[in-house]
Structure formats: C-alpha cells, structure tokens
Ligand binder design. Structure first.
Ligand code: 3H9
Length: 708
C-alpha cells in the first residue's frame, strides 16, 4: 500500500508492518523545508496508523542526508524547524530506525540520533561538521551525542567536524550495527524485521546514559574548553560548542535543547558563519568554469615535469601522490639526482612522522622516471615546466616540447607572472599551451591558478580542471596579466604595507596587526619565509618599466643589499638565531627603516592596528576589483578562493571580496578616497568599485551563484 505523498522529496511506502520513508532530494538530501515537512508527516502517519509497527528512514541516491540546507542560512526561517522534527522523531511511539549510507552529516546525523536504532553500511560518513560553517549542531546534536557516546568523544567529533566511517561509528557507539552488504534498503529492512521480531522497544537517545560519570565528563569539558581557547584562533563557534556540551551535562534534556538553540542562533547570526558559508559555496563554484561545461578533458594518464627544483619536485610529488606516473627532465645527471632527492626528502619526512611506510614510498617512487633528454616526454599527456622564471629560457623549453611531444599533449607553464600568450605564440601549437600556477610547497598548497591564454583550446582548459581534481587542488580560472589573480593583488597590498612601514608603522606592528586579523603570518614574515632575494629580483626586473612618479619604498632593497634574505640567511626583517624559524624583531632593521624614512624626507607618524588593516585590506580589495573588472578573474568569488587557498586569508572572513561586502563597499571606497589625498597615483579607486557603490550593489551580485 502506498500512502499519499506529503511532498515528493519524502516518499512513504508501507512494506508489511514497516513504513519505509525515503528522503529523495538531490543532490545530497539536504533538509530543506519540504524535506522537514515530509519527515514530520511521515512520523505523524506512523503514530496514527495501527498497521505500522516500525519506521525505516533511508536516503535515496548516494547519501543518507548531508545536513541542514545550507542555502537557507541567513534567510527568514521556515517552519517546521529541524530541532522540532528531531524531537518528533524521537517521541514517535513506534521504533524508528535510520539506515545510513554515504553522508550522514550535521542535521543528517542529528536526524539519525533522534531515531531509536541506527545501522550503517561501509562507506557511510558520519559527522557533525557544523563547526566548519561557523555553527554548532543545532538540532539536538550537542545534547544527544554526549548522552550517547560520552562528553569526550562528542567534543572531539563536534569540535573537529571530522567524518567517521561505519567501523569507527560502531566503536564509538554512534550506531548499533554495520550491514554486511552495501544494499542499504535490504540491510535496513532486515534490521527492522529483526527488531520487530525481538519486540525491541522504542529507545530514546535523550535517555542514554553516557554522561553518567559526571566527574569524568566535567573534566573532559574543562580540558576541551582550555584547549579550544588556545587553539581556535579567533573562531567564534568552538567555545559555544563547549558551552552547549556542558549544558548536556548540567541541564535536563529539554533545558539543554533550549541552551543549544540559543547558542546556535548566536553562531548563525555571526559574520563568521556568513564568511564560512560563502567559502563553502565559492570553493564549489570555482570548479564550474565555462570550459568544464563546454568540453571534455583530454586523456591524463602520464605526466612530464621539467625542472627538479623546489617547485618541480613539489609538482611531481603532487602527481605521484595522485597515482600518476611522472617523467622528470633536468639538464644533467647531477640536477636530476637533486630533483629526485627533493622528492625523496618529502617522503622521508612522512616516514619519520610515521605517516608513510618504506614500502609505500618505494611503490610511489616506482612511478617516477628521470631523464636528461626531452625525448623521454614523447608519451606523456601533459607536461608542466617549472624552470627558471625567464621568458627566453621558457621559450627554449617550449621549443623542445613542440619538437618531442605527441600531438594533443597539453603543454603547461608554471610561471607566476610571465606572458603566457607570448610563450604560446612562440611555438607551432599555441592551442595546447596553458598556465598551471602552483603554489609552494606544491604538494601541500591547495591553490592552482589555471591561467587561460588567448589561443588555448577549450578542452585544454577542461583538462587543467581535470588535473586539479586528480591532484586534489582547488583550481581558479585566471586570465593572463603580470601576476594573474593572486600575485598581482599581492604586489599591491605589499606596496601598501611598505608605504605604511615607511610612513611610521614598524614591520613588526604591521605583521602583528595582520595576524590579529586572522592571517597565519604578516607580510614581512612571508618575505622572510619565501626569501627576500626573490622579490628583489622581481623589483630589479620591473625597475625599467616602473612609473617614475610611483612611490617606491627601498627598505627591502637595503636589507637585500646586506644579504639579509630572511630565514635561509638567518636574518631578514627578523633575526633567526641558529636556524630558528620564528623570528625575533631586529633593532638594526628598525634603524635601517628610520634611515630610509629620513632619506625619503618622511616624518614618521603612528598608526593604530585598525588603520593598518584598513589600508592593507583596501589595497587588496581595490586590486581584486580591478582583476574582476578586467576579466582576469571570472567573478569576485574567484578572487576570494585564490586568497583563501593560496595566501592564508582567514576562511571565516570568506575572502577579501566577501569581507568588503560585509564591511560595506561605500566604506571601502571612502577609505580609498581618503588615502588618495596622500598618494593619488597609488590609491586610484577601481572603476568596478565605483560603479557598484553608485548602483548600491555589492560584489556578491556579480557572483552568479544560486547562493549569491
Ligand atoms: C547543519 O546541518 C546544521 C544543523 O546542525 C542544525 C540546523 C538547525 N545544503 O560537495 P559536493 C550541495 S549544517 C545545501 O560537490 P560531494 C553543494 O553545494 C550542514 N546544499 O558533493 C553542491 O551543489 P552544486 C552540515 C548542499 O559528493 C552539491 O550539493 N552539513 C549541502 O563532493 C554537491 O555537493 C555539512 O556541512 C547542504 N547541506 O560531497 C555537509 N551539501 O552541485 C556539507 C552539499 O550546486 N556537504 N550541497 O555545486 C558536504 O560535506 C559535501 O557536500 C558532501 C558531498 C560530503 C555531502
């Protein structure tokens, strides 16, 4: 018998005495208002219908339920609310069984915890990842989880947001059973029938007793609070999570739910939630570059890497880790040996940390092959060159690739700023040439700028996105210009930081202010880490084309002239005694800064941290707007993802463009106009920013996402 449907997204079917309730709301069965209504109607029907002996909840498609519908956050709430649904499920007078496969995350796991019995199949992913969205589990998760699995295990799950597999979930006590096959429906039905045969009672998680050892629970909460206060780096929701779990211990269940609700709403209203949800959708939107819709990727079975330096080796490791065979080319045997050694060093580090076995290393390196002859690249599908940053050197490499590579091979350059159109135009197959800008260390950093030159064929771009997927990188489509998206914007806010330093702020104050904003490092620490000589070389190269009217701060040059290149030379903006990696301020640097101020005729003034951040961010946002205006970035969100994944921008602020929207574009523009009174050449408002302010619009309006 099929009962009337309450909503298409939740179907009900009576199978003997079992009401089979299927959540069928692609793509991931998120708990939208329709799903909530459907679940409510199903439970009410189960209670009302005497023929029904038990309820089985399953998800259609690849998942049980991925959680609350994230797209609803920040919009007016629609009844029925998820916590009420969970309470209604738990209150059901007939046993409710949840059968979990794929994602049972956030609100999805909370629905399962409100059910009376749980079975999962292998491959199920259970978790409470709300913290990653700036939230806490708000549908009873902070109250039921500790009652079910204890305070410590619950805190670990909720504070980390990690996913656990079926085996671990069983060991923790989150589920009662693991199915023996992956047929979720058959497994679920078999379990329900077994429970019915055994007259299994309704068993409510609210009555579970894992918090019974009060002293141990209180100690776990106190420890979590102390650790969270130390580690959560400005995040709002983690301490609220600890408070909510504490309420599970200290308050009766219904009171605890009220406390959870109050804390959840505080998180929901926080700007951090808005920033993190933006990041969630933005990192998915960047995958949908137009070329990925318009073309199929070419084959990608074997890779070539030219150059075994830090970058080439890092790219090779990323590819080897993805299971791809890699052929590395170097100019001679010694350089090739160094390239191989760079790769081995990465794996030896993992072995030393116990994260890789010697056998795994050997198996991985068996996919590596080195040669000093370009002819060894005849079979590869895609080559990435990572040689010295010089246009003529790169053109020479591409001439060789043109000679040896098979037709249809993708020819990529890892340049960080050179003119890829010029490289492409120098060979006979410009349509195969693309930029793949990795970030150092390339095996770790997630960002991959896919730089799209004029003549490239659409399927080559699609292939680059496919490569990113294989390498587990986050690709951002960028156009050709000096520095593409990231380094172009970086050059501008670095210049703003230099100007601040010359005008009176110490590099140490600037770094501290930028760290307090949420970056892991300040700009001068970054220079010291990357090596001051790199920027110095770039500045010398650009000297000839620099606008003579533009302000040029020479402080960094003075340090480089002394050989102070940062960490690798023991001093830069900071001192690094005996190879230490955390620098200490250097009075001699401060004296050099003073001398430079005098040379430039500047009377130093003081800046508050807030003034520093306003200039730093205004420079970043303004150039980000230029990059969008010129079509170098497809949308503001592409700039955001670039900075989140490549430049340490604090994720909870969503990226520079999202941050600008949250501050308000009129405020940013007013700042730029005020700064322009001192240096009109540097502080030129981006035409896009001016236009948006005039129209009362924001960057989000240009993102063209369902979410925006
Ligand atoms: C919560 O539950 C709060 C509650 O405690 C309290 C409430 C009161 N909503 O990632 P994919 C979309 S907070 C809406 O590419 P995969 C996603 O945008 C929530 N949409 O697939 C994409 O759309 P599009 C806690 C969602 O197979 C499409 O689905 N839950 C949601 O690589 C496919 O996603 C989470 O944080 C959602 N909840 O990975 C889980 N989830 O095609 C978040 C996904 O238009 N989700 N979409 O770009 C995930 O971790 C992954 O999506 C998942 C699938 C592992 C499920």
């Amino acid at each position: 018998m099929t009962l009337p449907l309450s909503a298409d997204v939740v179907t009900r079917e009576l199978r003997g005495k079992v009401l089979l309730v299927t959540i069928d709301h692609p793509p991931v069965n998120a708990l939208s208002a329709d799903v909530r209504r459907g679940l409510l109607a199903a439970i009410e029907a189960a209670d009302a219908e005497p023929a029904i002996g038990a309820v089985l909840l399953i998800g259609a498609g690849r998942n049980f339920i991925a959680g609350a519908d994230i797209r609803e956050f920040g919009k007016p709430p629609v009844a029925p609310a998820l916590p009420d649904i969970c309470n209604r499920i738990e209150a059901c007078s007939k046993p409710v069984i949840a059968a979990l496969h794929g994602a049972a995350l956030g609100g999805g796991l909370e629905v399962a915890l409100a059910a009376h019995y749980r079975i999962a199949v292998d491959g199920a992913k259970l978790g409470l990842p709300e913290v990653q969205l700036g939230l806490l589990p708000g549908a009873g998760g902070t109250q039921r989880t500790p009652r079910l699995i204890g305070a410590q295990a619950a805190l670990d799950l909720i504070l980390s947001g990690r996913h656990v597999g079926a085996q671990e979930a069983l060991a923790l006590g989150l589920i009662d059973r693991i199915g023996t096959s992956d047929d979720i429906l058959a497994e679920g039905l078999a379990y329900v029938h077994e429970l019915l045969a055994a007259h299994a009672p309704v068993r409510r998680t609210r009555d579970a007793a894992a918090l019974a050892d009060r002293a141990a629970s209180a100690a776990a909460i106190a420890t979590a609070r102390a650790q969270t206060a130390k580690q959560s780096r400005g995040l709002f929701s983690p301490l609220k999570i600890v408070d909510a779990v504490e309420a599970a211990l200290e308050q009766p269940f219904d009171e605890g739910l009220k406390t959870e609700r109050k804390l959840f709403l505080q998180c929901l209203d926080s700007p951090q939630r808005a920033g993190l949800v933006h990041a969630f959708f933005a990192e998915r939107e960047v995958l949908k570059a137009p070329e990925t819709r318009d073309a199929k990727p070419r084959a990608l079975n074997a890779l070539g890497v030219i150059g075994g330096g830090t970058m080439g080796a890092g790219i090779a490791v990323a590819a080897l880790d993805a299971g791809l065979p890699v052929t590395m080319i170097e100019r001679d045997g010694a350089a090739l040996a160094r390239g191989r050694a760079h790769i081995e060093k990465v794996y030896d580090g993992l072995i030393a940390k116990g994260r890789m076995s010697a056998e795994k290393k050997a198996a991985t390196l068996a996919r590596w092959n080195g040669s000093t002859s370009y002819d060894a690249l005849a079979h590869v599908d895609l080559v990435i060159e990572a040689v010295f940053e010089d246009l003529d050197v790169k053109k020479a490499v591409f001439a060789e690739l043109d000679r040896v590579c098979k037709p249809g091979a993708v020819l990529a350059t890892n340049t960080s700023y050179l003119d890829i159109d010029a490289i492409a135009a120098s060979i006979s197959r410009p349509a195969d040439v693309i930029g793949l800008h990795f970030f150092s260390p390339a095996n770790i950093m997630k960002l991959l700028e896919v730089v799209v030159p004029k003549q490239v064929s659409v399927d080559v771009v699609a292939t680059a996105f496919e490569l990113a997927k294989k390498l587990r990188k986050t690709p951002v489509r960028a156009g050709v210009c000096d520095g593409f998206i990231g380094n172009r914007v970086l050059a501008v806010y670095r210049a703003a930081a230099d100007a601040l330093m010359e005008d009176g702020a110490s590099p140490y104050q600037i770094d501290a202010a930028v760290r307090a904003f949420g970056f892991p490092m300040g700009p001068f620490q970054v220079v010291d880490l990357a090596g001051g000589d790199i920027g110095w070389a770039a500045r010398k190269r650009r000297a000839a084309t620099r606008d003579p009217q533009a302000r040029y701060v020479q402080i960094a040059d003075r340090l480089c002239e002394r050989g102070w290149f940062g960490q690798k030379s023991g001093r830069g903006f900071y001192l690094y005694p005996e190879g230490s990696r955390s620098g200490t301020p250097d009075p001699e640097v401060e004296a050099i800064v003073d001398a430079e101020r005098q040379r430039a005729g500047i009377t130093p003034r003081s800046f508050t941290d807030d003034e520093i951040i306003r200039r730093y961010m205004a420079a970043m946002i303004n150039e980000g707007a230029n990059v969008v205006h010129e079509g170098i970035a497809l949308r503001p969100l592409d700039v955001d993802v670039t900075f989140l994944y490549g430049y340490g921008f604090p994720r909870y602020r969503g990226g520079p463009m999202k941050y600008a929207d949250m501050v308000g574009l009129p405020t940013i523009l007013a700042d730029i106009r005020a700064f322009a009174k001192e240096d009109p050449l540097f502080w030129r408002p981006s035409p896009l920013l001016v236009d948006l302010v005039e129209r009362g619009a924001d960057f989000a309006s240009l993102n063209h996402t369902a979410h925006a």
